[in-house]
Design a protein around this ligand. Sequence first.
Ligand SMILES: [Zn+2]
Length: 157
Amino acid sequence: MREQAEPVENIDEEIQTLIDAMGQTMYSAPGIGLAANQVGEPIQLLVYDLTPKDKERSLCALINPEIVSAEGEILYDEACLSVIDFSAEVKRCAMVKVRGFDRHGKPVDIEADGLMAICLQHEIDHLNGRLFIDHISSLKRALYKRRLQKMLKNGKD
Ligand SMILES: [Zn+2]
């Protein structure tokens, strides 16, 4: 998961199955975004859904995503399905433009701000082998590692 994910070359049946499986994993977590390498598939694919809880779900997939521009700053308390029991305030760009392909292979340009901008930057980070804890101070990261070791020693998962 610490490696750069490979670009997707064919948006085939297998990718469709993976997108739906990732959607299920994300919803049951529950989370608002998931990168393919978090589920052991090292390819440039992420899913997200920022629909409010009282609305019908709408799973979005983004393939070979690339941030083409970014501006501003926003602070948000982030958590991650791959970082156990820990959240931290992370500074991100407030607005991003992301280019990629949807699950049908159609090129898409997304302009995102707020939570959506945070979510996309977080998931694209995953695809580049980065976790949100890479953005926090080394002191906070050390605290997290110590806590994680303690949890593992106590046999919690
Ligand atoms: Zn994450």
